[in-house]
Design a protein around this ligand. Structure first.
Ligand code: DGY
Length: 326
């Protein structure tokens, strides 16, 4: 008998076909957003689940699904996993690192540029038929080349942003991270390590790329926003909850910072209503990794983790590898 797996969201048919060579597969091609109790019902008898980052895997679910052995996330972030509870239950978690690094860094840079140069606001103005001709002072934005790029969270995506900024736009790059990078990586990224306060005070453009954790909740709130330059832009491509969106909306309204570009939101897909009314924020719906080759690579990596573990006992990107030797 083939092991049974559940694919919790709609996904590429070719990835389903690959999984169907190894498993009895239950799909959700109608892309119904199941509540956790509904997911638990769907997981009855399943050894594996293909998740996409929004499905909460915690002690409650694990207790109700004792046959579950692996949860494979099609995302590099895995804040939907309670890894301690998974390890305690002997359930392996896997994520999808590396394959989305450059694509997400590209989007981060695009959002930085659209925000600093007021592109969404200018486009709305033009589409509304308000453009009567060139003016010396219309849509004056912030300089990108030669400015100071601050990066909070200097993992692979942060490093990708630093390279783009330093090598492509001649930016001075400063970063803050839990631990300082090796000198060779710093040199390659042309990035200097600074404390968080200095990062906030000195960055012309601050990009957030740190993983979400309880400790990172509201890492950027009213206090931090108050330390930023009034001309600064803030870009969040990390996770909702890292920024206090209500405090950000207030800072944008009062112009204590100039503008923000957000790809992720607290409680998404809901967006704080105040953000929707402000002109100086560019909003995109969590599309950091959204190119066809990258989304396919992410889905294939999640599928290969399921096959690797349940068929060959060798997952590619385990998050809690101690489960393998237990
Ligand atoms: C990730 O991989 O963590 C991206 O945010 C897509 O969910």
């Amino acid at each position: 008998m083939l092991p049974k797996i559940l694919i919790a969201r709609a996904i590429f048919p070719e990835v389903i076909a690959k999984l169907a060579q190894h498993f009895e597969v239950t799909t959700n091609q109608d892309d119904v957003l199941w509540s956790q109790p509904e997911l638990i019902v769907k997981l009855a008898g399943m050894q594996g689940v293909f998740t996409t980052g929004g499905e909460r895997i915690d002690a409650t679910l694990l207790a109700a699904c004792p046959q579950l052995r692996i949860c494979a996330n099609m995302a590099v972030g895995y804040n939907n996993f309670d890894l301690d509870a998974m390890s305690a239950a002997g359930v392996l978690g896997t994520n999808a690192p590396d394959v989305l690094t450059d694509t997400t860094a590209d989007l981060g840079f695009a959002l930085l540029m659209a925000t600093a140069r007021r592109m969404a606001e200018a486009e709305r103005f033009l589409r509304a038929g308000l453009w009567s001709g060139w003016r010396f002072d219309s849509f004056i934005g912030a300089e990108i080349h030669g400015s100071t790029l601050g990066i909070l969270g200097m993992g692979r995506i942060g490093q990708g942003l630093a390279r783009r900024g330093a090598h492509g736009f001649g930016m001075k790059v400063i970063y803050h991270n839990r631990s300082r990078l090796d000198a060779a990586i710093e040199a390659d990224c042309r990035a200097s390590y600074v404390g968080k306060e200095e990062l906030l005070r000195s960055a012309d453009h601050l990009v957030l790329v740190l993983p979400y954790s309880a400790a990172a909740h509201h890492a950027i709130g009213a206090l931090e926003l108050a330390q930023m330059k009034p001309t600064a832009t803030l870009v969040n491509i990390a996770r909702g909850g890292i920024v206090d969106d209500a405090a950000l909306a207030q800072a944008l309204r009062k112009r204590t910072i100039a503008a923000a570009g957000l790809d992720v939101f607290e409680g998404e897909p809901k967006v704080h209503p105040d953000l929707l009314t402000l002109p100086n924020v560019v909003l995109t719906p969590h599309i950091g990794s959204a190119t066809l080759p990258t989304r396919l690579a992410m889905a294939n990596l999640a599928a290969d983790n399921l096959i690797g573990y349940l068929v060959h006992k060798k997952p590619l990107t385990p998050l809690n590898p101690a489960v393998l030797s237990a």
